[in-house]
Design a protein around this ligand. Structure first.
Ligand SMILES: [Zn+2]
Length: 342
């Protein structure tokens, strides 16, 4: 996408001149008691022209790892003082859900199914529309940070539409071992960005309602690596060793669901390689009887896992990505974990 980055940049009605940093509150709908709700945004515009990158988090209000990631990104003052182009940081998009520790909006809608939204739509649609108008459409690139939904945990991974060459380049630069190629038409921000010709990555990692160091480190390094790849920063003094090797692109992924209701004892952890028909866990009744094995359908890597052991029939238990060479991916995941634990 080409955007004339030399033109006037306005976010939420505030003009940001080259070399300026501004914190802006973008008004959205009020609460019942007329309390003003705003989406907080920080815009850092370099003196030199360059890409315009948005980094957003908490589109799902309880997915808060990314909020901390953005805070740490904004603390990199020395690096950001020299950026080419503009960084638009939006740590909390769904301010309604965030304040209630929930994924959704007060109208019970999932914001990431309501893009591009409309100014006359539902509350979620209006928020989506405002975010598109004030942030996304002013950018040349984007990164949106997520975690697993409540009671699940995700291996750090990138989801992106790799058919687009620039998106693929960003996905590989981000540096997590696992990349899921997905091109879905689901009303997500990712779809709306793609429809506007803006290459965008979705980062998934960790659990809802947690701050997890390994996930925060992983996403922070990934963002800096992407900023380097698109020419916003030079990368001096930034350790990007996470991206030493090429990421593995999953061929596909599938869910293993609970064969019936009960409690689950999982035998496998996040990041583990599993073979076709391998035992993943055992379900049983309250006396330990009525045992039912839960097995993998195909060889792959566990990229998502249920953390609540009490499950209903049909609940998603294990999300498994399949690769050309799952063994190699597992080795990388281990290296990656070891690196992050340092
Ligand atoms: Zn999410």
């Amino acid at each position: 996408m080409t955007l004339d980055t030399s033109r006037e940049l306005q976010v939420g009605g505030v003009t940001i001149a080259p070399g300026e940093t501004r914190q802006i509150e973008i008004p959205v709908a009020k609460l019942f008691d007329y309390t003003e709700m705003t989406v907080p945004v920080e815009v850092i515009r370099g003196k030199e022209e360059g890409p315009v990158l948005f980094v957003s988090a908490a589109i799902h209000g309880d997915e808060i790892n990314g909020v901390e990631t953005i805070k740490r990104l904004l603390a990199k003052k020395k690096i950001l003082a020299k950026i080419k182009g503009t960084l638009i940081a939006v740590p909390i998009v769904n301010v309604f859900g965030f304040n209630r520790n929930i994924r959704y909006l007060p109208d019970r809608r999932d914001l990431n199914r309501c893009f591009p939204g409309s100014d006359l739509g539902s509350l979620a649609g209006q928020l989506a529309h405002i975010f598109m108008r004030e942030v996304v459409t002013k950018c040349t690139h984007g990164i949106d940070l997520h975690t697993a939904a409540i009671h699940r945990n995700n291996l750090p991974q990138i989801r992106a539409c790799l058919d687009d060459a620039e998106t693929r380049r960003l996905a590989m630069a981000f540096g997590v071992p696992v990349v899921i190629d997905s091109n879905i038409r689901d009303g997500s921000l990712r779809q709306a960005a793609a429809d506007n010709g803006i290459p965008m990555l979705l980062f998934e990692g960790g659990e809802a309602l947690r701050y997890e160091e390994r996930v925060i480190n992983s996403s922070l390094r990934g963002i800096l690596a992407v900023m380097k790849a698109i020419g916003m920063i030079e990368g001096k003094g930034v350790s990007l060793s996470q991206q030493k090797k090429e990421a593995f692109v999953a061929k596909s992924s599938y869910w293993v669901r609970a064969p019936h209701s009960g409690s689950l004892r999982a035998n496998k952890q996040l990041g583990a390689r599993v073979k076709t028909n391998e035992l993943l866990g055992v379900m049983s009744d309250p006396f330990g009887g009525g045992r039912v094995d839960v097995r993998a359908k195909n060889t792959g890597i566990i990229i998502g896992i249920a953390t609540l052991p009490l499950v209903s029939s049909g609940d998603a238990l294990f999300h498994i990505a399949t690769f050309d060479d799952a063994r190699e991916v597992e080795d990388r995941v281990e290296v990656f974990d070891g690196f992050l634990d340092n």
